[in-house]
Structure formats: C-alpha cells, structure tokens
Design a protein around this ligand. Structure first.
Ligand code: UDP
Length: 244
C-alpha cells in the first residue's frame, strides 16, 4: 500500500478517506497513468480474508481498500480509529463514470450476464455520453482464454470495472494486473445489475438508516448464508478490541 492512511480491521487495511477525496485521488492517478487496484470491503469480504489465506493474498495486492459497508465504519469506531464515512462501491463507480464523462476517459466493463451488460452499456452510454466505452465482456468466460486480457492490453482503457462478485473479481484482478500497463481496476460486485435495474438499489431512507444490507437480503434471500459472516465479524472485532 502507498503512503496513505489506513485503518486495519481484522488485518485488512481500510483506506481512511471520504468518497470525495477518494475520487480526487483516483483522478490524480488516472492523469499520471498509475495502475491501480481498488477493492471495496464490507464485513463479508473482511471475514473471507480472515478465513481464506489465498483471498488475503489477493487483497494484499490492492492499492486501496475502501469501506463499502457500514459494518466496516462501525468497526473502526469500536476500535477507536474512526473512518470518516462509508464509501459505497456503487456510488463510487457512478462518480467515476461521471468523472470519465467530464474528461472523456476510456472505460471497459467486464462482468455480469450478457443481458445485464447490454443494458448497462445502453444506460451508461446515454447518461455519460462523453465517456468512451471502448470494450466490454460478460462475466461468464473461460479463464484460460486470453482474449479478454489481450483486448484490455491493446485498448489500454483508463478505467476497468469488474463485476464478477467476490472473491472472483479480486482474484481476476490480482492475477492479471501485472500484465497491464495502466488502468484503474475496480471490483464492483453487483453494481452492473444495480445500474441495469435488475437488482434495485435500496430506497434512500434505507441507505440513510444504514440498513441497505437488509434491503439486499429481502431482494436476494439467497444471500442469507453469506450474511452469517456479519455477526461473526462483530464478535471478532470486539475480540480484537478486548485483546488491546
Ligand atoms: N458474476 C459474473 N461471473 C461469475 C459470477 C458472477 O459475472 O462467474 C456476476 C453476477 O452476474 C453479478 C455479479 O457478478 O452481476 C455478482 O454480484 P453479487 O451481488 O453476488 O456480488 P457482491 O456484491 O456480493 O460481491
């Protein structure tokens, strides 16, 4: 990690930033063509890293790990190293699309189902007309096939959004980033589905009340198993606090 301030949450260094400052930071790096790997962390990701060494290794290659979930911000407060605010991956992606629009940046989308991807290209093409979508591929491909890799190498996009869900997207980025010259590589989970309107985002009031995770659970009940990580995360953070 670079010379930025991080707050370790169960061994995962979380960037101490506001969303606005983070966008400025990324803008600087685009201008300098500094290759960047962004992970957006929620409690599930932090628990996954604690349980799976390989996943922790992927995260160690990240330049920035941002506090996507409210659980991460709460944990930082319990540990007396408060993070200023949540930096939701979905909002960050939208801000970066707006930044790309203002600066005519070149963008590549990798991930999600083909219908979602088509929808995403249509919507973002309309909403961000000055941004250049230079390429896209759905998220169901053979990892041995080098076609996507070669395409990104040739196109050299400024921003590459990768929506394969965790841990796949972090694995893909960490295993391939060395082969690219430039680009901001960001894992964005279900954000393509969100923008395409396949999975509706929680209404603002749910977001304000910090219960967006509960809304997602209602929308996709199959997520409940993954969400068991949240109480385990809380217990583990309190364990870390007490040990101190
Ligand atoms: N996905 C994909 N390839 C895969 C598995 C998943 O492109 O092999 C996509 C899936 O279609 C969805 C996203 O990855 O668009 C996963 O979203 P999810 O909400 O599960 O991710 P999370 O936000 O939980 O990381």
């Amino acid at each position: 990690m670079k010379s930025v301030q991080n707050v370790p949450i169960l061994g995962v260094p979380i960037l101490h930033t506001t969303k606005e400052n983070f966008i400025d930071l990324i803008h600087e790096r685009i201008k300098l063509e500094k290759k960047t790997f962004i992970v957006t962390a929620n409690p599930e990701i932090v628990m996954m890293a604690n349980e799976n060494k390989e996943f922790m290794n992927y995260l160690q290659k990240a330049d920035f790990i941002t506090p996507d979930g409210i659980g991460i911000v709460k944990a930082s407060k319990w540990l007396n190293k408060p993070l200023p605010e949540r930096v939701p991956g979905f909002d960050t992606m939208k801000d970066l699309l707006a930044l790309a629009n203002r600066n005519h940046y070149r963008v590549y989308f990798l991930g999600a189902r083909q219908e979602v991807l088509d929808q995403l290209i249509q919507i973002t093409g309309r909403e961000y007309p000055e941004m250049k979508i230079v390429g896209a591929h759905n998220g169901f491909f053979d990892w041995q096939d080098s076609q996507i890799l070669e395409e990104i190498q040739q196109l050299k996009p400024d921003l590459i959004f990768i929506a394969l869900g965790a841990p796949k997207q972090e694995q893909w980025i960490s295993q391939h980033i060395d082969q690219f010259e430039k680009g901001i590589f960001m894992g964005v989970g279900g954000s393509f589905d969100g923008i395409a309107g396949v999975v509706p985002r929680a209404p603002e009031i749910w977001q304000k009340l910090n219960i967006e995770w509960l809304y997602r659970l209602f929308q996709q009940p199959s997520r409940w198993k993954r969400m068991l990580a949240i109480p385990q995360f809380v217990l583990k953070v309190w364990g870390q606090k007490i040990k101190r």
